[in-house]
Design a binder for this molecule. Structure first.
Ligand code: 13P
Ligand code: SF4
Length: 348
């Protein structure tokens, strides 16, 4: 009997049949992607959950993604992740106790900003946003959702990614003087009330260490060495990088950008390298696709074929991802609000 992890996964997928669905984020390695029933960006995968009737949903990505699936799953469905220690560094920059402390201070200052959290955040942070009438966004719908939040009439608190927040403000034409990056040191005791009251959008100072590495200098160097090359980056990159690129968007947007680029084009992509390597292979001989820099998410890489095989082999006794009821309900309200707003304001 073939005992390679890949063969073990195939056997258990056959054994479990319709009872199992495997979801994978675009940043997963090919070794995982090849076993997935659905591969997508954060928004696509969150939207998918409602259509799934499988008993087991195995999420290959980082923990907040599996937690979001657990928030949206139907009663009786079990969401699993092959390694629950696959955290997101950016999500960890906004612990719920600190978000609640800062939101409390803003409230005490008379600032009623509608909170909008990037999906890269814990269930507890999503719940805090839900309780305050706020919502969630992904990189694919940040403009739509920030417009929605501002439409509530009190300004917005965008967290945890200050880069996605600033890039989205740029797209919506909200000038820098109407934004304020919060000082969250000492539980928010250093927050400047005047600046907070004057700003339209308050930005939590989180960032992604993977996307921070893509600088405008790197884009200028690439353009010099490869005249005519196209450059597209993820909106978690700094605003100056996004401004220097030809385009910016979610992981699915980047895939479409490569697909729609002319034959023979050279395209540099600024995002996690697993996706770029896959695109380079898919278009080999037609287009040249290269990473803008080598940058990998070590947490995404924690999901391996070995761990997936071990989880499937023992699926009935594996601990599912759980979210306590008092967190799940307000978090679900926040995520559901996002899905409803997107259903109305975005193309399917
Ligand atoms: P997407 O929303 O494009 O899937 O990106 C998620 C992410 O974690 C990017 O670092
Ligand atoms: Fe989080 Fe950055 Fe990894 Fe995305 S690439 S999961 S934002 S650490």
């Amino acid at each position: 009997m073939n005992t390679t992890p890949s063969a073990v996964i195939d056997r258990h997928r056959r054994r479990l049949g319709d009872r199992l669905v495997i979801l994978a984020h675009h940043y997963q390695h090919d070794d995982i992607v090849r076993h997935a029933d659905h591969v997508g960006d954060s928004l696509e995968l969150a939207r998918k959950i409602a259509d799934l009737s499988a008993e087991y949903i195995v999420f290959c990505g980082v923990f907040f993604m599996a937690e979001t699936a657990a928030i949206l799953a139907a009663p009786g469905q079990k969401v699993l992740i092959p390694d629950a220690s696959a955290a997101c560094v950016m999500s960890d920059m906004a612990p719920s106790w600190l978000v609640e402390a800062v939101a409390g201070r803003l409230h005490a200052m008379g600032r009623m900003a509608t909170p909008l959290t990037y999906v890269n955040s814990s269930a507890r942070v999503k719940a805090a946003c839900g309780r305050l009438g706020g919502s969630v966004c992904t990189s694919a719908n940040a403009e739509v959702m920030l417009s929605w939040a501002l439409g509530q009439g009190h300004g917005a608190l965008f967290l945890p990614d200050r880069m996605l927040g600033a890039n989205t403000c740029d797209r919506l034409g909200i000038p820098p003087e109407k934004r304020h990056i919060l000082d969250i040191r000492r539980h928010g005791a250093l927050i400047d009330p005047k600046a907070v009251l004057a700003a339209e959008v308050l930005l939590w100072p989180g960032r992604c260490v993977i996307h921070d590495k893509f600088t405008p200098d790197r884009i200028h160097a690439v353009r010099q060495a490869h005249p005519g090359a196209l450059v597209a980056v993820h909106p978690e990159c700094p605003p100056a990088t996004v401004a220097a690129a030809d385009a910016a968007g979610s992981t699915s947007f980047l895939i479409r950008f490569v697909e729609e680029a002319p034959q023979g084009a050279t395209i540099f992509i600024g995002t996690e390298e697993n996706l770029v390597v896959r695109l380079a292979r898919r278009y080999a001989g037609e287009k040249t696709v290269r990473p803008l820099l080598s940058s990998r998410c070590s947490n995404m890489a924690k999901i391996t074929e070995e761990k997936l095989a071990a989880q499937l082999a023992d699926i009935a006794s594996q601990p599912p991802v759980t979210v306590p009821h008092d967190v799940r309900e307000p978090a679900r309200a926040a995520v559901t609000r996002m899905l409803e707003v997107c259903a109305k304001r975005m193309d399917p």
